[in-house]
Ligand binder design. Structure first.
Ligand code: NAP
Length: 253
């Protein structure tokens, strides 16, 4: 007899699911039996990931969504509820790197853009996911922070501020809903080999960055997805309001 998959009957929404860490999470949830709402700002990317899920025998739906727009966040939850009738898991993962500049020179537009996507996007996400989860009898929210939610990185003030904000916001929601069956945690990857990095940095620069990790290499999106899936699962039933690093030892240096 086939063993029941760990997320059978559950519905998982992943933002920024068209690439990198979000894609790895979406594929992993589907493999473990969840129905996945594949949300991304780029429709073709969401489409590609949904097709991969379906080809592997999974179930999902795609939605084009810009997380920096409150109404898109409302819409993607509506899509989940209309298609599958419930929402159990949300991974607020969409994010951008933003410009690299010292704080005294930081482009104002770049600041607003990074805060809008990386911090406001997480708030808007939870703002609509939480009521849907309450109707579904509880749930688990995982917000994508970073090692830069704990420490600084010169020339990345907007990113660092947003990712620290995600940690605080996650703690706050966690204590507010702890007795109502919703757990909220944040995840802090170090440098992970995804288009976010490979679009902006040369292989030589990436090799230099790899040496900042005691493990001596960059992480993979799948290694982050493993942690996200654990936090989403009942195995993490006593874990809420926490920040979990997945960083090859970066923060331990
Ligand atoms: P990625 O490969 O660039 O994937 C992010 C996805 O989100 C892309 O498909 C991107 O679309 C999409 N996106 C961008 N802006 C969006 C918006 N406003 N609304 C909805 N979707 C949007 O990046 P990643 O490395 O997987 O990053 C995922 C998350 O992990 C981010 O929050 C990032 O800050 C965090 N993180 C990454 C690293 C790392 O080293 N890679 C480390 C720590 C934390 P486009 O392709 O059009 O941009």
């Amino acid at each position: 007899m086939e063993q029941m998959k760990q997320f059978e009957g559950k519905v998982a929404l992943v933002t920024g699911a068209g690439s990198g860490i979000g894609e790895a999470c979406a594929l992993a949830f589907a493999r473990e039996g969840a129905k996945v709402v594949v949300s991304d700002i780029v429709g073709e990317d969401a489409d590609r990931v949904l097709k991969a899920i379906e080809q592997a025998g999974g179930t999902g739906i795609e939605v084009r969504s810009d997380v920096s727009r409150a109404m898109d966040n409302e819409h993607q939850v509506k899509v989940a509820m209309e298609a599958f009738g419930r929402l159990d898991i949300a991974v607020n993962n969409a994010g951008i790197a933003g410009p690299a500049a010292l704080t005294g020179d930081y482009p104002l537009e770049g600041w607003e853009q990074v805060i809008n996507v990386n911090l406001n996007g997480v708030f808007y996400g939870m703002r609509y996911q939480i009521p849907a989860m309450l109707k579904s009898g509880g749930g688990s929210i995982i917000n994508m922070s970073s090692i830069l939610g704990q420490v600084s990185f010169a020339t990345a003030s907007a990113y660092v501020a947003a990712k620290h904000g995600v940690v605080g916001l996650s703690k706050n929601a966690a204590v507010e809903y702890a007795t109502q069956g919703i757990r909220v945690n944040s995840v802090g990857p170090a440098f992970i080999r995804t288009p976010l990095l490979t679009k902006n940095l040369s292989e030589e620069q990436l090799e230099g960055i790899a040496t900042m990790h005691p493990i001596g290499r960059l992480g993979t999106p799948e290694e982050v997805a493993e942690l996200v899936l654990w936090l989403a699962s009942d195995k993490a039933s006593f874990v809420t309001g926490a920040y979990y690093a997945v960083d090859g030892g970066y923060l331990a240096r």
